[in-house]
Design a protein around this ligand. Structure first.
Ligand SMILES: Cc1ncc(COP(=O)(O)O)c(C=O)c1O
Length: 390
């Protein structure tokens, strides 16, 4: 079955943030610009998800949502069936997105003035949320070895300050799509256990592994951390549902779950009805779509990296998951604003690497979840942007 990945949707003027915020965020008013920044896909959602949402609309009742049992079963069933983690469906809690859940986990596990560890460069909203909640960030810079990110736990051990309470593992990692091995996850978990730290495992990209690759949930790799673990995830990345603003937390430990419940209750919010319908359909009826989109993305990565790596002074980090390529322009010796200016003037808009913390300078992140013809056009523009120095 084909799912329309090859056809470019007309998204300008539809409240698609990646198109309709270009002016506000980048000052770009070029109606032909190709946005490769915001992390969602230019693809229509799976047919079963659209049917589930249509049913909600047809019913016409849009009151507060209650009764999450079917969604809980869907989340637990998906994790078990697709990722090999079996847990009690009653451990699941919903949030208005993963970053909202991250805030809940910070509130439950830390206090203002405490510090958290981020492996940088990493998804920028972690920094903003921590800052907004008065938590400090200790960066543990990832090392690049053999062309991919590696954790530096020895370095972190030396740099660790007294007020650090929690470590955030982005698994798979954004940017750069690094899939951590079970052994690496175990090492992070043991690091946390030995020092009495909490571990947040953000698994939002778990359903974007390229065919043949395996995602290992933190709870499977390191069951020993269960008492100090909060897992954050969603159907939003894997199934392109970010606008439905629905994420979830899975917390194996009863006492920690109670603390989180107090935080969530304090917020006085119920789940988004449409997000819950979409999540339930995604995790019960869309295995084929998930397989198809992962194959399409893997081929997009091959096309993007082959042509970009052919340009002198530019290299794409090799990756096995996500649609967020991490591209190194540092050998060109240009400033970050100059790199961005060239790319934007050529008609492509990436995420500046400097947003992602230490290790981000000299880099840009490109979202290649585009129909392949659009991607080819974007690559042609990027080639033009640096043609004078080839
Ligand atoms: C690692 C990671 N966590 C969280 C989010 C945001 O999730 P949400 O929109 O559900 O808050 C993203 C979005 O790109 C992400 O990459």
């Amino acid at each position: 079955m084909t799912y329309g990945f090859e056809d470019q949707l007309a998204l300008r003027g539809t409240h698609a943030s990646k198109y309709d915020s270009l002016m506000k965020v980048f000052g770009v008013d070029d109606p032909d610009a190709i946005p490769m920044w915001v992390a969602d896909m230019d693809f229509p959602a799976a047919p079963a998800i659209r049917t589930a949402l249509s049913k909600e609309v047809e019913r016409g009742y849009f009151g507060y949502f209650g009764g999450p049992d079917a969604a809980n079963d869907a989340v637990a069933g998906w994790y078990r069936r697709r990722h090999g983690w079996t847990f009690d469906a009653s451990w699941v809690r919903y949030t208005h997105g993963v970053i909202s859940g991250f805030g809940d986990a910070l509130a439950a596990c830390t206090a203002p003035g405490d510090a958290i560890v981020l492996f940088s460069p990493v998804y920028h909203a972690f920094y903003r949320q921590a800052d907004a909640m008065g938590r400090k960030v200790l960066e543990s810079p990832l090392r690049i070895e053999n062309g991919r990110f590696e954790l530096d736990l020895d370095g972190l051990s030396v740099a660790l300050t007294e007020n650090v309470r929690l470590v955030v593992l982005c698994s798979p990692h954004n940017p750069g799509g690094r899939v951590w091995s079970a052994e690496e996850i175990r090492q992070v978990a043991d690091f946390c256990l030995e020092r009495g730290l909490f571990l947040i495992s953000d698994e939002i990209h778990m359903d974007l592994l390229f065919p043949g690759e395996t995602f290992v949930p933190t709870a499977v790799a390191a069951p020993q951390i269960a008492e100090r673990l909060v897992v954050l995830s969603a159907a939003s990345k894997g199934f392109n549902l970010a606008g439905a603003e629905t994420g979830f937390l899975v917390t194996p430990d009863r006492a920690l779950r109670k603390k989180l419940d107090a935080v969530i209750l304090d917020r006085e919010s119920t789940p988004n009805r449409f997000g819950m319908a979409a999540l339930t359909a995604a995790f019960t009826e869309c295995d084929d779509w998930s397989d198809a989109v992962r194959a399409y993305l893997a081929e997009n990565f091959r096309v993007f990296s082959d042509r970009m790596n052919a340009l002198a002074g530019i290299s794409v980090m090799d990756m096995t998951s996500t649609y967020l390529a991490w591209v190194d322009f540092a050998p060109l010796g240009m400033s970050d604003p100059e790199i961005l200016r060239r790319i934007v003037e050529a008609g492509v808009v990436p995420s500046p690497g400097t947003q992602f913390g230490t290790g981000g300078a000299g880099h840009m992140r490109f979202n290649f979840a585009l129909p392949r013809p659009t991607l080819e056009t974007a690559i042609g523009r990027l080639e033009d942007a640096f043609r004078d120095i080839q």
